[in-house]
Write a protein that binds this ligand. Structure first.
Ligand SMILES: NC(=O)c1ccc[n+]([C@@H]2O[C@H](COP(=O)([O-])OP(=O)(O)OC[C@H]3O[C@@H](n4cnc5c(N)ncnc54)[C@H](O)[C@@H]3O)[C@@H](O)[C@H]2O)c1
Length: 281
């Protein structure tokens, strides 16, 4: 049991927070965080769709905390550029291009990486073909399938490839990047996208519960509108964000660092809204 520390005030004794908390806590003897909080050294991370924008921000953030990051994108040159930039900044990163909708390609790539500790399933939007903004009545079944394919099956394919290893090693972090379009709904013309994102969040929730005793957590981060070059038809939404600005890749990187960390071990089966206050709970 921990000793009692005497504070500067002679009448007050402080029981170390670590001893009130849990063994091996990330808190030091006087209850302040040690410098290595959210340390991702020795972790191997795979971030899908990380060749630009949000995924690139996530990859940079994980690498900055010490992770070795496999930068995935279906466009190999994008993955390569992000990996090179992270290495130039002193981080550890490899380009690992594949298409998340191709189950065999995902399995082969993950086998090539070896153990994956952290999966951030970020690849989404409209996938390779782009995201049409159109009423459901004007969309074709091919559009629905293509969009659900990347936003839902892409996530499932990647989880399937990494999960056995995480369970065997009794440690893993799975983070899916979803959207308010999938949790709240929207009328901007993205119904298949909403279906894919809502499906991914629901999938991750049950996956988390199914594996909750295994040391593997799974969570979804539902993003509001981000500053990633949106069509002008969406600028009206930006004005309504309570904090008064769009989200950034750095905002998403920060929450992914936390969810990937040892400290987030009790956070699982959640859909966390990262949206500048757009959807108060
Ligand atoms: N931008 C927003 O406002 C916003 C809002 C909510 C949620 N999101 C979600 O955040 C994530 C990232 O968004 P973004 O704006 O950075 O996207 P983006 O379209 O700018 O970048 C996505 C990257 O994923 C890659 N990609 C597409 N299909 C792929 C596939 N099949 N396999 C591997 N890589 C593939 C693309 O080549 C691209 O480099 C997506 O899941 C998106 O749905 C974005």
């Amino acid at each position: 049991m921990g000793q009692t520390l005497r504070s500067q005030h002679p009448d007050r004794c402080i029981t170390p927070f670590r001893d009130r908390h849990s063994p091996g806590s990330h808190l030091d003897a006087v209850g302040t965080y040690r410098g290595d909080v959210f340390d991702l050294n020795d972790r191997i991370a795979l971030v899908t769709g990380a060749g630009q924008n949000i995924g690139a921000g996530i990859a940079r953030a994980l690498a900055a905390r010490g992770a070795t990051v496999h930068v995935n994108d279906v466009v190999a040159e994008r993955a390569q550029q992000v990996a090179v930039a992270i290495r130039q900044d002193g981080g550890r990163a490899e380009a690992t291009p594949f298409d998340v909708t191709d189950l065999d390609a995902v399995a082969t790539a993950v086998a090539g990486i070896g153990p994956v500790d952290v999966l951030v399933a970020n690849a989404g939007n409209g996938g390779v073909g782009g995201l049409p903004l159109a009423p459901f009545r004007d969309l074709s079944p091919e559009d629905w399938r293509r969009i659900v394919d990347v936003n839902l099956f892409g996530v499932m394919n990647c989880c399937h490839a990494v999960l056995d290893g995480m369970v065997e090693r009794a440690w893993g972090r799975i983070i899916g990047i979803v959207s308010l379009a999938g949790t709240m709904g929207t009328r901007v013309g993205v119904t298949p996208y909403s279906a894919g994102k809502g499906g991914a969040a629901a999938f991750l929730r049950s996956l988390a519960l199914e594996n909750a005793r295994s040391g593997v957590t799974a969570n979804a981060v539902a993003l509001g509108l981000m500053d990633t070059g949106n069509p002008t038809s969406l600028t009206g939404i930006a004005k309504g964000i309570p904090v008064g600005r769009l989200g950034t890749p750095e905002d998403v990187g920060a929450i992914c660092v936390y969810l990937a960390s040892e400290e987030a071990t009790w956070v699982t089966a959640q859909t966390i809204h990262l949206d500048g206050g757009t959807s108060p709970t």
